[in-house]
Design a protein around this ligand. Structure first.
Ligand code: S2G
Ligand code: ZN
Length: 459
């Protein structure tokens, strides 16, 4: 079994010539000045100089590209919007980036099945714009919507703020078309509600982070647009208090679809970064962004809410709602403006979140008392985004200490961003030896030469 290895310049030129015959001259980049931007991720933490960047135009071209790279034993890094947070789509020096950005076809909506087939390169934002005039919506949403592609979101099983109500990407994917490491095409786009004929290969490929196949098209579930939305920014005295609000919402407000949280330290940094006004007269330790959506106005379900929060401001118009979400969604760019962050996207049982919030501070301070913590996430999922700025990118002591704390609380070292390059060494904190063995055997069976995204997801 020959292993893929980083490409020497001569081999890269040979391969580039072959790839140009497949996708056309303009869709293969080898000039470092042109390929450089494909090697830097959004957080600045992962950087690589790809040997080549190839942009196929459809599944057949992707299949031919994969075959050519496999024959040349050239490691392939599938890349969508490159908005991932764990280096899953960032090439290492000498790897070949296979960009899915050109696969942007959206087929007519199958309204009776409430499904639509889309290309992997369609961004989430473009898909939302396509659906809105059709009185439809897609039930996964997150702050990276302008860059993130639907194929990349499927490959990483993206979550976002509405996962507490509607699930993650896997729950919205009715089928995929993907190119396997031998260039064969696996296509399951019929979107049958019932098709009980063997292993769930769609479910296996979703969340496989480009290591088992290159997703080129998706059959996605869509939902009737719920036009009545209310967004509330609330101040609460503690995360324990926030859980009391969550419990009330879960039990009394069926239209609630997002309950995100962030802290005063994060609010202060966002206000500095974006010159935003303070949302309230006074500061609160913890803030919630609550979103309700329905066919009828959710406001009347919320009358009990004001009794359990210290302060609240609400908006039901798009502009006003965007303004409230901005305090939360700007945290990622704000953190990156402070320095290269250690982004630890983790989950713990929801009831353990307050304890985790307390102990994670001690764990970080014990390693580096100067490190700055910006702590936020999705309360409804027990999903915390532990962002630490200060330690050098390759100083992983805090990363290790935080992930070990998560494991001690029966949590997961990655809630929604995936494992990528960033967390392979800690996979055993969340996955058992039999599970890792089974995943290795699946990888060896489907990609024996290690061409697809080697080194990602598994050590
Ligand atoms: C968040 C990053 C989302 C994104 O803020 O919830 O999961 O891609 C993170 O900006
Ligand atoms: Zn998130």
């Amino acid at each position: 079994m020959c292993r893929a290895h980083l490409l020497e310049p001569a081999a890269a030129e040979l391969l580039a010539t072959e790839l140009r015959q497949i996708v056309g001259d303009g869709n293969v980049l080898s000039d470092p000045a042109l390929t450089a931007s494909f090697g830097h991720d959004l957080t600045g933490r992962f950087n690589g100089r790809p040997a080549l960047v190839v942009s196929p135009g459809d599944t057949a071209e992707v299949a031919a590209v994969v075959q050519a790279c496999a024959a040349a034993q050239a490691p392939l890094v599938p890349q969508g919007g490159h908005s991932g947070m764990v280096g899953g789509g960032t090439p290492r020096d000498g790897e070949v980036v296979l960009s899915l950005r050109r696969l942007t076809a959206i087929e007519p909506v199958d309204r009776v099945a409430a499904q639509v087939t889309v290309g992997a390169g369609v961004t989430l934002e473009a898909f939302q714009r396509f659906l809105r005039p059709l009185d439809l919506e897609f039930l996964v949403d997150h702050g990276g919507r302008s860059a993130a592609t639907l194929g990349g979101m499927a490959a990483t099983n993206a979550g976002g703020s509405q996962a507490m109500r509607h699930g993650m990407m896997r729950d919205q994917v009715a089928g995929v078309e993907a190119v396997l490491a031998d260039g064969s095409v696996l296509s399951r786009l019929r979107g049958l509600a019932k098709d009980n004929t063997g292993y769930d290969l769609t479910g296996l490929l979703v969340g496989s982070e480009g290591t088992l196949g290159v997703i080129t098209r998706l059959r996605l579930r869509v939902a009737p647009l719920r036009p009545k939305r209310v967004t509330i920014l609330a101040g609460v005295e503690s995360l324990d208090g926030a859980l009391a609000v969550l419990e009330l919402l879960q039990s009394r407000v069926p239209s609630v679809q997002a309950v995100d949280f962030f802290e005063q330290a994060g609010l202060r940094r966002v206000r500095e970064h974006l010159q935003l006004p303070a949302p309230f007269e006074r500061e609160y330790p913890t803030y919630l962004v609550i979103e309700c959506a329905g066919r009828t106005d959710p406001a009347d379900e919320l009358d009990g809410l004001l009794a359990v929060v210290a302060d609240a401001v609400a908006a039901d118009d798009p502009e006003g709602r965007r303004g409230l979400w901005r305090y939360r969604e700007a945290l990622n760019e704000t953190v990156t403006s402070l320095g290269i962050p250690h982004k630890l996207d983790v989950s713990v049982p929801v009831a353990s979140l307050p304890r985790f919030a307390r102990e994670v501070r001690d764990v970080i301070a014990a390693v580096d008392s100067e490190a700055e913590l910006i702590f936020y996430g999705h309360l409804g999922d027990g999903n915390a985004h532990v962002n630490v700025v200060g330690p050098a990118p390759d100083d992983l002591r805090i990363d290790e200490a935080v992930l070990e704390l998560v494991a001690s609380l029966d949590g997961s070292i990655s809630a929604e961003h995936g494992v990528g390059l960033a967390k392979t060494q800690w996979l055993s904190l969340t996955r058992s030896a039999p599970e890792i063995r089974a995943m290795r055997e699946i990888k060896a069976a489907l990609d024996p030469r290690g061409v697809l995204n080697p080194g990602r997801l598994m050590p």
